[in-house]
Design a protein around this ligand. Structure first.
Ligand code: NAP
Length: 396
């Protein structure tokens, strides 16, 4: 089948021409007329692009179908090309490498810079490693991905030569706290740069068998309205979407509230149980296995990461207090039961003794009970009261 075009000889149309005209077509396809500044060559090529892309205004021209399919293949190649990003990972430690592996797997070009020399591991992963941040920025990556520790982020950001980047570069972070980098970026990054705050809520351990269904939280903090910018941010997010993550768009503030109540508590319990020194037994229950896994998962993360979760999430202290309160409350609940049990036993024994004293007669039970009742455990928590079977909390 032939589409029609009159003024182009298909044999003289090069691949470069087709790429060019497809580009022009996509730039101008919304115009009903050709742009005013178009040169005669531009006009011819845009007309050809319209014909190839099925514009109704060009139905009178003829074009060889092979040219059409070759153009469509080129269009696909071009749009694939736009889906591949040049990403610079800053902070190539545990997590930076973990993310880089997936990005390389998906065909993105990954560069990296870190305080320590990771040239060897970078080479293995297929990442180009830079020892100097200036050299990295001069490569003009489309995305700079900060994977440094929470505690060092401000220092690293301040020392990053952002003026060497292209003005519209997208800056992304993966910190496990979100309000802190958001504020930092808005305060320190030039307004031209786009900002995306993210938290992949998994790590090298929990995500080692794939990212399917794992939550990925993101907040498009500042993204220019230009379609190339929105496309770029979406292309970056697609890395996680294509890997199967559950994409959750959420403000940094909401993230921190939720994360303090879930992630910080998880890490805290992991660290505490590690101190207890849990070990394998020949009769592990499922529940115990999950505790061992928790210790294993959290203890492998750096203490700096854990400290960052605490120090840079303003909700974490409140969660720590709640945990403290809950621990003491449960302990007191146990003491309460123990006290009941001990006092009943004591009353029984003492009652018998008294009964013996009064020549085998059981005395005034009520009186003895009152006299021998132990005082309830002192309750240092004003907001906790004891009932027979449960501790009730009166939040004040
Ligand atoms: P981390 O201990 O939090 O961070 C290690 C990274 O920070 C390394 O790249 C290290 O560089 C860099 N760094 C530390 N101190 C530095 C300093 N003073 N100056 C310059 N760079 C410094 O461990 P991580 O697990 O790799 O985590 C990295 C980031 O990912 C953190 O922000 C964390 O919150 C986030 N995150 C981690 C996980 C996880 O499961 N691990 C999950 C989600 C998000 P060098 O190695 O070159 O020294």
């Amino acid at each position: 089948m032939m589409n029609s075009i009159s003024f182009v000889n298909s044999s003289s149309t090069t691949t470069a021409d087709i790429i060019y005209l497809n580009h022009q077509f996509s730039r101008h396809k919304c115009f009903s007329r050709l742009p005013r500044d178009a040169t005669p060559r531009d006009r011819r090529k845009i007309s050809l692009a319209r014909a190839i892309n099925g514009s109704p205004t060009c139905s009178h021209v003829e074009i060889d179908q092979t040219l059409v399919s070759s153009s469509q293949a080129t269009t696909r190649a071009c749009s694939n090309e736009q889906k591949k990003l040049k990403i610079a990972v800053v902070g190539f430690g545990n997590f930076g490498q973990f993310l880089a592996r997936e990005m390389v797997k998906q065909g993105h070009q990954v560069l990296a810079y870190s305080r320590s020399d990771y040239s060897k591991v970078a080479k293995e992963i297929g990442v180009q490693f830079f020892r100097d941040p200036d050299d990295l920025c001069e490569e003009h990556p489309q995305v700079v991905l900060l994977c440094t520790s929470i505690l060092s982020t401000e220092k690293v950001l301040r020392s990053l030569p952002v003026d060497r980047l292209r003005r519209s570069t997208l800056i992304v972070d993966v910190l496990s706290v979100k309000e802190f980098p958001r504020t930092l970026f808005l305060r320190h990054l030039p307004e031209d740069l786009d900002i995306l705050c993210t938290h992949p809520m998994f790590g090298p351990d929990s995500g080692k068998s794939g990212w399917d269904g794992l939550p990925f939280v993101f907040d498009k903090v500042r993204v220019g309205s230009d379609p190339t910018r929105t496309h770029r941010v979406n292309t970056f997010l697609d890395i996680f979407k294509h890997a199967g993550c559950r994409m959750v768009e959420m403000t940094c503030m909401d993230h921190d509230k939720h994360a303090a109540g879930s992630q910080f508590i998880t890490h805290m319990m992991g660290r505490v149980l590690e101190k207890v020194g849990l070990s394998n037994t020949p009769i592990n229950t499922k529940g115990y296995e999950s505790l061992l896994n928790l210790v294993d998962n959290t203890a492998r993360d750096s203490f700096e990461l854990f400290y960052g979760l605490f120090l840079y999430n303003k909700n974490a202290m409140e969660e720590l207090d709640r945990l403290d309160w809950a621990f003491d409350t449960v302990k007191m609940q146990l003491s309460g039961y123990l006290h009941d049990f001990a006092s009943k036993k004591l009353m029984l024994e003492t009652g018998n003794e008294l009964a013996g004293i009064v020549s085998g007669k059981i005395g005034d039970d009520n009186h003895n009970n009152k006299r021998l009742m132990l005082s309830p455990p002192t309750n240092s928590y004003k907001n906790v009261t004891f009932t027979d079977t449960k501790v009730s909390e009166k939040m004040m």
